[in-house]
Design a protein around this ligand. Structure first.
Ligand code: COA
Length: 532
């Protein structure tokens, strides 16, 4: 039998404390998600509705097949910045006429839907996802273009939006623009560079320069409709392929466009799968509130994978990392999960071997993070921990099967890299509210700074200010702690969303399904030099 035997006791005080801590974090998270849903707030939402317009998420809902899920991505983008949570853009994956699509929708209730630096980052991330997974891209457009006060941050890198649209098209990945309102100046190139364009009557405004600018430039008198209205573009310029009488009609026509794309998935749907044997609700109590307390990731795996069935690879070797084979919603996966926090040489070698095996067999990899990094100390340095960590990082970097990362707990130091952190291009990366990620733990970092400062004072022959040191340590610790938290990191687009642990199986199932739209093949060779 390879079904995981649980040892989780849901009646212990520890379990209840863990669960309470997780639920408290989820309540905080919900409050932040609510900010994204509120868009520009009551005043702007009311004004938008008074104009007879649908909100961004209502547009998405009408676009999607009824009763199908929408995997919203990075809803906390811009969290902790001067801009509204959500970054005035909604992105995610949903099913339209049976086709999984990448959908982006400007939120016109937030500063006219203008794009700030975080909106740009979020839009570019959406493009990456569409390209890697071959998902048709549908843009629901209504935007004031660049957020003018922050233009210096977006004008030059923002050109990548239009570059991506044409690269998607060149790769045979369909692009569809549905224009609900303003799409002017640079924004005009969104419909301009999309394969299929739908515009809404008397609402779409697509021109390089509006009437005032035209007047200034050439002296010509004009109006919005003759310069860039839907009717003009449908009848005269030919930029609009389809003329919609209103918003629901535009969304209906977008669905017809997708229905005729003939976009086929590279992999067949694996069909129904056996659910885990254990209740995912119990995931709330697995991760301790204090990440210094270790937990067994097999308890997580048992609540994620089909039938809780897990064939562990090398279970007796490098035991601080659990590796093994399973299926998730019918998709085969290789799982690497940190079991005791620290990665030693044996764990690194085991990981490299496991990643090579997954590549030989064309099996996607799931990384479940709870690591404080690679082991330090004389014994380990002499044992070649750098070489072995490098081997693991090499394997992750050059692996060609799709990767997904989930940050359950700690994800510190180079351990974050070896476990396929954001810079290693996992197809998707999600975090639990319990996750923390930084170059090292806050206490360690503050301690290192203090030692360095002490040595520097000694080298100069100066007395060391112990009181100042304690204050500095406390301040640094607090700063690093707040910068390690998932909302902060999600705000900076370092993940694709902070998720409820109970939703992990569903989220991973949706992600795996999207991934299987594109063909993939593992690396048979092509790794760099493994230092032995
Ligand atoms: N940059 C920064 N702020 C912007 C903005 C932009 N591009 N576009 C709109 N805003 C702000 C407005 O100043 C306003 O702020 P306030 O409510 O605090 O006064 C808020 O967003 C809503 O704008 P408003 O004009 O009241 O909304 P609207 O729905 O009536 O009109 C637009 C929306 C986009 C048509 C209109 O704001 C506009 O024309 N903006 C400039 C468009 C432009 O030329 N962009 C440059 C393209 S590169």
């Amino acid at each position: 039998m390879t079904v995981i035997e649980t040892t989780l006791d849901t009646n212990t005080p520890d379990f209840r404390a863990n669960r309470d801590a997780m639920l408290a974090r989820l309540t905080d998270l919900e409050a932040e998600h609510a900010k994204a849903l509120a868009g520009g707030g009551e005043k702007y939402v009311a004004r938008h509705r008074k104009r007879g317009k649908l909100l961004a998420r209502e547009r998405i809902e009408l676009l999607l097949d009824p009763d199908t899920p929408f995997l919203e991505l990075s809803p906390l983008a811009a969290w902790g910045s001067d801009y509204a949570v959500g970054a005035s853009l909604v992105t995610g994956i949903g099913v339209v006429e049976g086709v999984e699509c990448l959908i982006t929708a400007n939120d016109p209730t937030v500063r006219g839907g203008a794009s700030n630096p975080w909106s740009l980052k979020k839009a570019l991330r959406a493009d990456d996802i569409a390209l890697a997974n071959r998902l048709p891209c549908i843009s629901l457009v209504e935007s004031g273009g660049a957020d003018l006060p922050s233009q210096k941050e977006i004008f030059i890198p923002g050109g990548a939006i239009f570059r991506d649209l044409t690269r998607l098209s060149a790769a045979g990945i369909p692009t569809v623009a549905v224009v609900f309102g303003n799409s002017t100046a640079g924004g005009a190139y969104i419909p301009g560079m999309s394969d299929h364009v739908i515009m809404v009557k008397e609402r779409a405004k697509v021109f390089l320069g509006g009437p005032p600018l035209v007047k200034m430039a050439t002296g010509e008198e004009s109006d919005d409709e003759s310069l860039g209205g839907a009717e003009m573009h449908a009848r005269v310029s030919g930029l609009a392929d389809y003329f919609a009488v209103d918003e629901p009609d535009a969304l209906r026509q977008a669905r017809r466009v997708v229905a005729r794309l003939n976009h086929r998935k590279a992999h067949a749907d694996p069909g129904p799968a056996e659910p885990p044997k254990y209740d995912p609700e119990e995931l709330l109590g697995v991760v301790p509130g204090d990440l210094k307390v270790p937990f067994d990731p097999r308890e997580v795996i048992a609540r994620l994978v089909d039938g809780s069935d897990f064939d562990e690879f090398k279970p007796l070797y490098g035991t601080s990392l659990a590796t093994g084979w399973a299926s998730l919603h019918g998709y085969p996966v290789g799982i690497l999960a940190n079991a005791q926090g620290v990665l030693f040489s044996a764990e690194s070698q085991k990981a490299a071997q496991f990643i090579q095996l997954a590549n030989q067999r064309d099996i996607p990899l799931l990384f479940l993070h709870n690591t404080t990094g690679y082991m330090v100390g004389k014994e380990y340095e002499q044992g070649g921990i750098i070489k072995h960590g490098a081997m693991m990082i090499n394997a992750v970097s050059n692996s060609r099967v799709p990767h997904i990362s989930v940050l359950m707990g700690a994800s510190y130091g180079a351990g974050h890299y070896g476990m396929c952190g954001r810079a290693y291009d996992p197809r998707f990366l999600f975090a639990w509210p319990s996750a923390k990620s930084a170059v090292m733990g806050p206490q360690q970092l503050a301690g290192v700074l203090s030692i360095v400062a002490r040595q520097s004072a000694a080298a100069k022959g100066l007395p060391y200010d112990e009181e100042g040191d304690a204050a500095l340590r406390a301040m640094v610790e607090q700063q690093i702690e707040s910068e390690s938290l998932p909302m902060f990191l999600s705000g900076r687009l370092y993940d694709d969303g902070v998720i409820d642990p109970r939703d992990t199986r569903t989220v991973l199932g949706l992600a795996l399904s999207a991934i299987h739209t594109a063909p993939y093949e593992g690396a048979r060779g092509g790794f760099g030099v493994f230092r032995m």
